[in-house]
Design a protein around this ligand. Structure first.
Ligand code: MN
Length: 484
């Protein structure tokens, strides 16, 4: 099945063939706040505020003021993500790790579908593309599933990353880079020599490309082309095409490509047009503050397929959790397995942490001397992913995807004073609002946290006393033939 998915529309076709994975509405929807409000109820998922849930992807066929449909939530369930990758829920990080270890380089093609229609500047993004505004407090409309691609002006090395881009005018987008991100390093180099940095923004893609792009250092250091991981996942090269108006390359089978350049010296306040003070909802579940001085992309052209579909993310939520969490799980599995093979059975970056702050590690102690190595695995996870805040350790008989089961372990295999390890004063991630000196006297400045290990594993020597009640295994199909 997975080899049939080559782009967004083949992914949608695939999902339409599976009950409950894709729904659509013809009812006209306002891209300002209403679209996100609908999807909050349908399938956005935690950490979007309740009521929300994990649900199907959704196609909005009629968007007020535009002649273009919008789709969201493609990766907003782990089950669907596994289906789209021809994988299984518990195998996803292993498949990503496999692709990371067997990358397939991208290939450049001509006659790209994303250039069936070519529009050159002057053009007006505000009327051309239905970029949604997710809440009424947002700085403006955002392209939130825009895959930015650029090349190092000195070495030619490339990078792809999803960055949030806010519409700032007919041909202007602001782009936010967390300090240190790879394309920002290219931009700084270009700016230092007074040059613009050509970029492409590909929107509406094969889900494998979006997932691969969310790998971060140290797994994918500067110069590592994340598209090679997408190639590894699909076992065929991602196809690139030369842009029409700038010297850059874009994803050939994208629905839409915005072409442009980051202008040296130009800056904009993210909420310059609304003075809202906020940008958009961020992955921990809170509204982010608008940034004061963001680089600006001048748009030189837009190309798209015939009847293009704009893809967006309603986040925070399950889609963001999967995008950041599954590559993180792969990174943790890879690093721990290098140091202690066969012990770490699986990792789940839980929705509650937006895919970044909370990881559940399933650890198997094989011999007496494995006692304590589960905590070493937690420390390795912190090293593999510096933004991680909480690690919950469980045994091999606990289902890491079932929060009830994890809390059961935290209740019956946990003593607060013995099973908790505090690592105060460690740099974490600035978006967690609890990381302030006002919240805790152990925090010297915002962004520093007390990382914590919750060790819910049974001490090795006591294992026999913690055997779960055993029920007999039966073939359920005999009793309920229709149940999967
Ligand atoms: Mn990178």
């Amino acid at each position: 099945m997975k080899s049939e998915i080559v782009d967004l529309r083949s992914a949608l076709q695939f999902l339409a063939s599976i009950p409950g994975q894709l729904i659509s509405t013809k009812e006209p929807v306002d891209p300002v706040a209403e679209l996100a409000g609908v999807y909050k109820l349908v399938g956005a998922g935690t950490p979007v505020a309740p009521p929300t849930r994990v649900g199907p992807a959704m196609l909005f066929e009629s968007v007020k003021g535009f002649d273009m449909p919008v789709v969201t939530g493609l990766l907003a369930s782990r089950e669907r993500t596994a289906l789209l990758l021809g994988s299984r829920i518990d195998r996803l990080p292993f498949d990503l790790l496999e692709a990371l270890r067997h990358p397939v380089p991208a290939a450049t093609v001509t006659g790209a579908p994303c250039q069936e229609v070519v529009l050159r500047a002057p053009l007006d993004l505000q009327t051309l593309l239905p970029a949604p505004t997710n809440t009424l407090s947002d700085a403006g409309p955002y392209f939130s599933m825009g895959l930015l691609r650029a090349e190092d002006p000195e070495t030619g090395e490339s990078d792809v990353t999803i960055h949030r881009m806010c519409v700032q005018g007919p041909d202007r987008l602001s782009v936010y880079f967390v300090p240190g991100r790879h394309i920002d390093q290219f931009r700084i180099k270009a700016e230092a020599s007074g040059r613009a940095l050509p970029v492409s923004i590909s929107i509406g893609l094969d889900p494998a490309i979006y997932l691969a792009a969310c790998f971060e250092p140290p797994t994918t250091p500067l110069g590592f082309d994340e598209l090679t991981i997408a190639g590894g996942l699909r076992q065929r090269p991602v196809e690139l095409t030369e842009c029409v108006t700038v010297k850059a390359k874009a994803i050939a089978r994208a629905e839409i490509v915005i072409e442009g350049e980051i202008i040296p010296g130009e800056r904009v306040r993210e909420d310059a047009r609304t003075n809202s003070g906020f940008c958009m909802p961020e992955f921990p579940g809170y509204l982010g503050k608008a940034q004061s001085l963001l680089p600006v992309i001048r748009v030189t052209g837009v190309t798209h397929r015939r009847n293009p579909i704009l893809q967006t993310i309603v986040g925070p939520g399950e889609e963001h959790v999967n995008l950041t969490g599954i590559p993180t799980e792969a990174s943790i599995l890879g690093m721990v397995d290098n140091s202690m093979p066969g012990r770490l059975r699986n990792v789940y970056c839980h929705s509650a942490g937006g895919g970044k702050y909370l990881a559940i590690l399933q650890f198997r102690k094989l011999v007496e001397s494995d006692e304590g190595r589960q905590r070493q695995a937690a420390l390795t996870a912190f090293a593999a992913f510096p933004e991680l805040k909480h690690v919950i350790l469980v045994d091999e008989d606990v289902n890491i995807y079932d929060s009830n089961d994890v809390l059961w372990a935290m209740t019956t295999r946990f003593q607060g004073d013995r099973s908790t390890v505090f690592l105060p004063g460690v740099r974490c991630h600035p978006l967690d609002p609890s990381q302030t000196p006002e919240f805790s006297p152990s925090i010297p400045s915002p962004g520093v946290s007390c990382k914590t290990i919750f060790d819910c594993t049974v001490p090795f020597r006591l294992k026999e006393q913690f055997r779960r009640a055993q029920f007999v295994d039966v073939d359920l199909k005999r009793f309920l033939p229709e149940m999967r």
